[in-house]
Design a binder for this molecule. Structure first.
Ligand code: 9MR
Ligand code: CA
Length: 605
């Protein structure tokens, strides 16, 4: 049955009467097949949000056919519209058509039905939900994921369900690697640095990558504190008086604090086994663990995180907060005295034994780390010396990643206007302008794009961990919305979430356990060790990455399709804390804004 662009109800009714007269109504069989070519957020939408689906078509067609949205249970029509051509093509050279159905606001289950371009057959999308709480579970799962990554403690059934497990990595007898030897801690000295989160699919703990992860999570809390005060995550600390997200952050903070050498304030780059463990359970991964070389990047990221923690934890534990601030200042001092100790793993391995071959997080540019540390230290202490560093840093925008944290500092500074110096107005308007201009450009690029999302508009976005590029763009949009109040930016943030949850070139929702087509075989040792279970839920996989550094088999080399749901693929299908943190920020930020909005309405009524 073809769907005309108007009079759909009438035609359908006629068809029904004719079929009934002929005496062979078979509603079950009559339902059109589900098409993989209709891409949309597989969880669905909140009632007031923008709602789009993208239809990937084999060829460009001049026609703009109609579409309908039907209620899943009754098949009755809730909305009729016309598919709009997108303009730009996909990176595979395909055309797309856009279905907009924002007007559907009644909570319920729905599907989209179209006449498939090319063959004229009616097809439908998978069922999606419209509901105020549609993202609630994902919002908490994106943070609960960190709980699953905890080292040094057993996970119990009441918190971890079927993913309960024995404790791994006590990390209370970590060896000082020769690269990290000092007078008071010669090579082979045993030190203790338990707790913390496993970085990713591997079991190591890296200060640099913890840095951006912690900064992102604490900033999410600072921006949406009211919302997080009420969020319950069912983690072991859920019964105390501290917001659960901060309890989770603190588990990693306890480890991070122990990465500092108390003797001189320097910070070890990582706590790691010499080489990666096999795909085995945490408690069976028992290679010796080492503290490896103190670096400038580690010290500055540490300083930034501990300075922010001093601010964030002050109301809950003022004693700990003072300690965090002192640790941050000590690390800063060390970094000022050692401004250019970079982590170069290949060189390190020429001098020291054993060779270390795990994640390097080697960063050659350290001005951004210095800026971020100065920004957080300034906000916490008000000390003018830090402001001088901040003030002299270039203001142009760059999207945060583990190696570029300059804008973590700027986001913090802009969100704490009341703490900026009296004469900072010019600085502030310049930095704000860079933020808003960049967000506007990205938003416009998204508006032209075949998937209607900024992320896909530039093939260079598809790096290792591309999904975190998308999630960080989502954060940028949320910050632009905070700055301007322009709801267009909120829609761009929603577009970004829609991209991650299925409106994309592979048709995957990239978060484990959330959506109809999700990663089943992430490169995640905790998951690989339990093949009888579904993968641990709430984890964002790295996503499409045409560089394919893992050498696995991929279905495509095209930028946004170069993804494979195979355990082998650490370059496209691993999970990582620095990718989950911006997902958590985006989804919880959107939920927080949604909640405010709904409450505003209720008060208004
Ligand atoms: O996310 C990191 C990516 O930017 C780098 O290109 C890549 C290679 O150095 O490493 C990624 O980080 C991995 C880390 O080195 C070890 N743990 C797993 C991380 C995610 O794949
Ligand atoms: Ca850097």
């Amino acid at each position: 049955m073809a769907i005309p662009s108007n009079n759909v109800k009438l035609v359908c009714a006629c068809a029904l009467i004719l079929a009934a007269a002929a005496g062979h109504i078979q509603p079950a069989q009559a339902k059109p097949a589900t098409s993989e070519n209709i891409r949309l957020n597989q969880l669905g939408f909140s009632p007031s949000s923008q709602k789009l689906a993208v239809v990937v078509t084999p060829t460009a067609s001049g026609a703009t056919p109609g579409f309908v949205v039907r209620a899943a249970e009754s098949d009755s029509i809730a909305f009729e519209g016309t598919l709009q051509p997108s303009g730009e093509k996909t990176w595979s050279g395909k055309s797309t058509l856009i279905a907009a159905f924002t007007a559907v606001e009644t909570p319920g289950s729905y599907y989209l039905e179209i006449t498939e371009p090319g063959n004229g057959m009616p097809v439908r999308s998978t069922v999606f939900t419209i509901d105020e709480s549609v993202y609630r579970d994902l919002a908490s799962a994106s943070i609960r994921a960190f709980y699953y990554q905890r080292a040094s403690m057993a996970l119990t059934e009441n918190h971890a369900g079927p993913w309960q497990r024995a404790a791994g990595h006590p990390d209370d007898r970590v060896l000082i690697h020769p690269s990290a030897a000092s007078k008071s801690r010669p090579a082979g000295t045993r030190v203790s640095a338990p707790k913390g989160w496993y970085d990713a699919g591997d079991y190591n703990k890296y200060v640099v990558n913890s840095g951006i992860t912690m900064g992102t999570l604490m900033s999410a809390f600072e921006r949406y504190a009211e919302y997080f005060l009420h969020q319950k995550l069912n983690i072991p600390e859920s019964d105390n008086d501290v917001p659960d997200i901060l309890d989770e952050v603190r588990y990693n903070l306890d480890w991070l604090a122990a990465m500092q050498d108390p003797e001189d304030g320097g910070v070890y780059h990582k706590l790691t086994s010499a080489s990666f463990e096999g795909m085995i359970a945490a408690h069976l991964a028992v290679q010796p663990r080492y503290m490896v070389q103190k670096t400038t990047a580690a010290a500055l990221d540490f300083a930034a995180v501990l300075a922010q923690a001093a601010r964030v934890f002050k109301p809950y534990d003022p004693h700990a907060a003072r300690h965090y601030l002192q640790a941050a200042q000590n690390a800063w001092q060390w970094a000022e005295q050692h401004p250019d100790i970079r982590y170069r793993q290949d060189e390190l391995n020429k001098t020291f034994d054993p060779d270390v071959t795990t994640g390097a997080y080697g960063d050659e540019q350290l001005a951004d780390e210095r800026h971020w540390a100065a920004a957080e230290l300034f906000l916490t202490t008000g000390d003018q010396a830090y402001w001088e560093v901040v003030r002299s840093t270039p203001a142009d925008f760059s999207l945060p990643n583990w190696a570029d944290v300059r804008w973590l500092g700027n986001y913090s500074l802009l969100a704490h206007k009341e703490r900026l110096p009296a004469n900072s107005a010019i600085w502030r308007s310049r930095v704000e302008k860079h933020l808003v201009d960049t967000a506007r450009k990205l938003r416009d690029a998204g508006g032209r794009n075949a998937y209607r999302v900024a992320m896909v508009s530039d093939a260079n976005n598809f790096v290792w961990g591309s999904n975190a590029v998308a999630a960080n763009q989502g954060i940028l949009f949320l910050e632009a919305f905070r700055m301007t109040g322009d709801a267009d930016f909120l829609r761009s943030a929603q577009d970004t979430l829609d991209y991650l949850l299925g409106r994309n070139a592979t048709g995957y929702s990239y978060v484990t356990g959330f959506g109809r087509k999700t990663p089943q075989h992430p490169h995640h040792r905790l998951a690989a060790a339990r093949p009888e279970l579904p993968p641990l839920p709430g984890f964002l996989v790295g996503g499409p990455n045409p560089s394919q550094q893992d050498g696995c088999d991929y279905p495509s080399n095209v930028a946004d399709r170069s993804y494979t749901d195979h355990m082998c693929s650490y370059a496209s299908n691993e999970i990582a804390i620095n990718w989950n943190a911006p997902l958590a920020y985006l989804i919880n930020g959107l939920s927080a804004i949604e909640t405010q909005h709904a409450e505003g309405h209720r008060h208004h009524d």
